[in-house]
Ligand binder design. Structure first.
Ligand SMILES: [Zn+2]
Length: 147
């Protein structure tokens, strides 16, 4: 899975790119990511670039801006369900592992999983269907609680 590390805040900075070629380090500096992110995340994800005769990578400013906008728009429209054990961290803007989540019953059929984000420490929420609906329906009918 190759999701480029692009945040919505980066879009604001796209307007400052000029009609010229940039080194990956300059792109990184302009939008506030590391050069590594540009080379190992953006380029493998399809960012257009060219190489000169010295095998150095150059990125066209407006091409980068167009690619970034299209990528963010595509990401927003993707509503792929997350794998079990992962939740979406709104602060990191990425899927993160949910380790030992707290389970909060929300409705009869729905429960909320909460755990701290392993990257930023913020709260990650994930909803799911209640796992043991029988304990809901069976309340007060002497069904007992299973371990
Ligand atoms: Zn986070």
């Amino acid at each position: 899975m190759r999701q480029p590390l692009l945040k919505h805040t980066h879009i604001i900075k796209l307007g400052r790119f000029l009609d010229m070629l940039y080194r990956p380090s300059e792109i990184a500096e302009e939008i506030g990511v590391t050069t590594d992110t540009v080379c190992r995340s953006y380029i493998p994800a399809g960012l257009p670039y060219t190489r000169d005769e010295n095998n150095r990578i150059w990125i066209h400013g407006p091409a980068f801006a167009a690619w970034a906008k299209a990528t963010i728009a595509r990401k927003k429209s993707q509503r792929v369900p997350l794998p079990d054990g992962q939740g979406w961290c709104m602060r990191c803007n990425q899927a993160v592992e949910m380790i030992r989540p707290t389970i909060l019953p929300a409705t009869r059929y729905f429960e909320l999983l909460q755990s701290p984000c392993p990257h930023c420490g913020g709260t990650v929420n994930r909803g799911r269907a209640r796992q043991h609906p029988s304990t809901v329906q069976g309340e007060g009918q002497g069904m007992g609680v299973k371990p």
